[in-house]
Design a protein around this ligand. Structure first.
Ligand SMILES: [Zn+2]
Length: 341
């Protein structure tokens, strides 16, 4: 097991007293927004960039905090988060959006109890045939939707004062539906107003291309976007093109059965000199609202126990591991408007 202390010792030059030393660091003064407020991006540390505490798959019209006991979710998730922290995890990006079980107060409690930095999000998820889109998506403009998300950034989420750390959205495979196109446009508009990075659940490589076209058409740079679930696209040429354009490519879904796939994805990006655009995470957790005791809750340990050792076996250096898990997350989630001139 890799403890935080071991990790820091092995990482050598990168993390000293929580400061990012020379390397690809975020700009001076760059910060990320956690559920406990702003944090210097260099203070984020080892980050799992795509995980979930809870999800409610009932649908946008039926989801409600009345469907679960927050105390039960808290008690289920806390030991699993602590286990990741013991292994060297310092920060955790919760990717559950509104209408799918987002509960920022629960995340704030878990951050305090686990000692992890936790980020939540604003935005809507349009994949799964739009089952998780609220009705107002169909009557409002992209500008109106963006205004709702900007309000969460400026005033906090649902009266809590807790602010989002990124914009989470999503589409199915290409071609995008009109509603999916609209929420991607809204995400670009909201990015330009807030500087929050846009994480997009993406059906396939062609959808990633279409999303990027919309984002660029609205004046934001590719570096404002994270292509979530890039490992689902088997043609690595899409990964390379997205990263060469300056976008973030997220190979999440790491599990004991995915090690070979994920190592292959990373080897390809390394060969192309694009590791600095890559994010890796488990897409695990998932207290399933509606199932007894939340059903099976997947832990966040595989990257520490299995994947990083596999990276070393395949010749990845400690510096490269730091690039993927420390430096890239700090740059990807640093708030800042990335606008085309
Ligand atoms: Zn996810």
């Amino acid at each position: 097991m890799l403890t935080r202390r071991t990790f820091l010792r092995q990482s050598g030059t990168v993390l000293m007293g929580g400061l990012l030393l020379p390397g690809r660091k975020p700009g001076p003064g760059a910060s990320v927004m956690t559920v406990n407020g702003p944090l210097g991006a260099g203070q984020l540390g080892f980050t799992l960039t795509h995980e979930h505490v809870m999800v409610d798959f009932i649908g946008a019209d039926k989801t409600s905090p009345d469907r679960y006991q927050a105390e039960d979710v808290f008690n289920t998730a806390l030991p699993v988060l602590r286990s990741a922290k013991e292994r060297g995890c310092a920060a955790f990006v919760d990717c559950t959006p509104a209408y799918l079980g987002r509960n920022v107060q629960l995340l704030q409690r878990l951050a305090a109890a686990s000692g992890l930095h936790i980020l939540s999000n604003t935005g809507y998820y349009g994949a799964a045939k739009e089952k998780y889109l609220p009705a107002h998506v169909y009557t409002e403009t992209a500008e109106q939707l963006a205004a709702r998300w900007v309000a969460e950034w400026e005033q906090g989420i649902e009266g809590t004062g807790i602010r989002p750390g990124f914009i989470k959205t999503g589409t199915d495979k290409a071609p995008l539906t009109p509603a999916q196109q609209k929420i991607i446009a809204a995400a670009a508009i909201a990015h330009l107003a807030t500087g929050l990075t846009i994480g997009v659940h993406t059906g396939n490589g062609a959808a990633a291309v279409e999303q990027l076209e919309i984002i660029q058409k609205h004046g934001a740079l590719p570096s404002a976007k994270i292509w979530i679930h890039a490992q689902s696209e088997p043609d690595a040429a899409y990964h390379v093109a997205a990263a060469r354009a300056g976008g973030w490519v997220s190979f999440d879904g790491v599990s004991p059965s995915s090690i070979t796939t994920h190592i292959t994805c990373l080897q390809n990006m390394k060969r192309e000199g694009l590791l600095k655009q890559v994010l890796v995470s488990h897409d695990a957790g998932w207290y399933h609202v509606g199932e007894p005791q939340g059903g099976h809750f997947r832990d966040y340990n595989c990257i520490f126990d299995t994947f990083m050792p596999a990276m070393r076996q395949h010749g990845f250096t400690q510096q490269e591991i730091n690039t993927v898990f420390v430096e890239n997350p700090a740059r990807a989630f640093a708030t800042g408007v990335r606008k085309s001139s």
